[in-house]
Write a protein that binds this ligand. Structure first.
Ligand code: NAD
Length: 489
């Protein structure tokens, strides 16, 4: 049995500025609550605008020396951090379950997944090659090299408190950038513990500064207005992302935006139905449905809709809802009461428009913010549940009659992050990939995130890629040097 008081006492609750944990300049704090019990977990310093600027001062002061460190030095810090996160895996996993609610088994999965970004970018750091060639006319030799973009503001959401932070911090370190991280107010503890772990791995003071705040705008507004900041990397909802992009435009900041999703799960008549049911279930219920990659709309060919729906509904009905700390829990609490109310309004809207609830359909009594796994059939195209990001365990199932119709239905959204296709016909893979306007496509797979893969969306799901060989490029500027070719005639 974990001693939670001892565990929480290991987590710094101040602001990390220039290597020191300190109180907010006006001594304000905010509370972090367990969404499964509604009990108080910790009280954390709340950064003011002055604190945010002090964090940027520290990042700017550290930038020149940090950019000059050898790739091997940065790589080994990342690799040590990877090892330390694994050494501390149970603490990280427990913290995530406590502050965010996901079942402990999934939190352990996030530790493995989140740590992989540290290992992947440790490996990428020493292989970030430039280019040397002669221009076509033979008159110049050209060299291209990568330079760090400079101090970055990293803003992360609450749903993957570790992985969304390592996905930004690791490539920024790899490229030689310094940074100010603002974690989500609902889940700052994992990020604070990660920051301490990075220091323990040897990260120099000022390279990573962390400013949690009850008021996100107090941190973001002065930093985005400051010409010393060179980059914004944001993961969160599309409306907040749009406003931050507007603010970033004034300083022509480099931006990476990982925004909302509305993923279709498309099941063809030739799919292995059991594989498709399990894949759709994983895509829908991972992280309680609180994932940008979550299967939002399940589109099933009419020839197999009855069989698919029956099997899928049975599995949804069998999921156990409860405190993520309890053994056997499949679906933890939603992040806050507001989220439960929104899920209920999506169900009510679908029913009012003619949809039918096959499984679940409402909240599970608290304390805690629980919602029953829910399956809705026959919701019309205009139903909010098909148009908005659900962010919870509600699965609307709709039918289609042809591949062309499936593509049109899947693309009928302003979002373009993840999509999933289930079919045993391999020739469909590239045809569907051509037709689908999404940055990611799983083919007979319901979970495809990986540190080695470029993750990111199109349309209003954002721009830029995290992970993969592409991830480090987001934190680098390419510089071209031209010199006369000594042999040019
Ligand atoms: P959110 O947009 O409410 O908040 C995200 C972050 O932005 C938090 O740190 C929050 O404090 C901060 N923020 C909020 N208002 C701000 C402001 N005015 N100025 C500066 N920062 C501000 O999103 P959320 O509810 O934390 O996360 C859920 C959303 O994130 C969903 O839409 C989900 O799809 C998206 N998401 C996307 C990805 C991806 O990779 N595309 C991954 C995870 C989550």
């Amino acid at each position: 049995m974990t001693d939670l008081t001892a565990l929480l006492s290991e987590v710094p609750t101040g602001l990390l500025i220039d290597g020191d944990w300190r109180d907010a300049s006006d001594n304000t704090t905010f509370d972090v609550t367990n969404p499964a019990t509604e009990q108080h977990l910790a009280t954390v310093a709340s950064a003011t605008s002055d604190d945010a600027l002090a964090a940027l001062d520290a990042a700017c002061a550290a930038q020149t020396d940090w950019a000059r460190t050898s790739p091997r030095t940065r790589s080994e810090i990342l690799r040590r951090a990877f090892d330390l996160v694994h050494d501390r895996a149970e603490t990280f996993a427990t913290l995530m379950t406590l502050e965010m609610g996901k079942p402990l088994a999934e939190a352990r999965g996030e530790v493995t997944y989140g740590a992989e970004y540290l290992r992947w970018f440790a490996e990428e750091t020493v292989r970030h090659y430039g280019h040397h060639t002669t221009v076509p006319e033979g008159t110049l030799r050209m060299t291209t090299r990568h330079k760090p973009v400079g101090p970055c503001l990293l803003i992360t959401p609450w749903n993957f408190p570790l992985a969304m932070a390592t996905r930004k911090i690791a490539p920024a370190i790899a490229a030689g950038c310094t940074m100010v991280l603002k974690p989500a107010k609902l889940t700052p503890l994992t990020a604070q513990y990660l920051a301490q772990t990075m220091i323990d791995a040897g990260l120099p003071a000022g390279v990573l500064n962390v400013v949690a705040s009850a008021s996100a705008a107090q941190v973001s507004a002065p930093l985005l207005a400051d010409p010393r900041l060179r980059k914004l990397s944001f993961t969160g909802s599309t409306p907040v992302g749009v406003n931050l992009l507007k603010a970033a435009a004034d300083n022509v900041l480099r931006t990476s935006m990982e925004l909302g999703g509305n993923a279709p799960v498309i099941v063809f008549e030739d799919a292995d139905i059991d594989q498709a049911v399990d894949g759709a279930l994983a895509a829908k219920t991972r992280n309680g449905g609180e994932a940008c990659t979550a299967g939002n709309r399940i589109l099933v060919h009419e020839a197999i809709a009855a069989e698919f729906t029956e099997k899928f509904a049975a599995k949804m009905a069998a999921l156990r809802v409860g405190d993520g700390m309890a053994a056997g829990t499949d679906i933890g609490p939603m992040i806050e009461a507001k989220a439960v109310a929104n899920l209920q309004s999506l169900v009510d809207d679908a029913v009012a428009r003619g949809g039918r609830v096959r499984v679940g359909g409402g909240p599970v009594p608290g304390p805690g913010f629980f919602f029953a796994p829910t399956v809705i059939v026959d919701a019309p195209r205009e139903a909010r549940v098909l148009r908005e990001e659900i962010f919870g365990p509600i699965a609307p199932i709709v039918t289609f009659g042809s591949e062309a119709e499936a593509v049109v239905m899947a693309n009928d959204t302003e979002f373009g992050l993840a999509s999933y296709v289930f079919s045993q016909d391999p020739s469909r893979m590239y045809r569907m990939a051509d037709g689908l306007e999404f940055g990611l496509m799983g083919f007979n797979a319901g979970v495809i995130s990986n540190a080695a893969a470029p993750f990111g969306g199109v349309k209003q799901s954002g721009m830029g890629r995290e992970g993969g060989a592409e991830g480090i490029a987001e934190y680098s500027s390419v510089q071209y040097i031209g010199q006369p070719d000594p042999y040019a005639g």
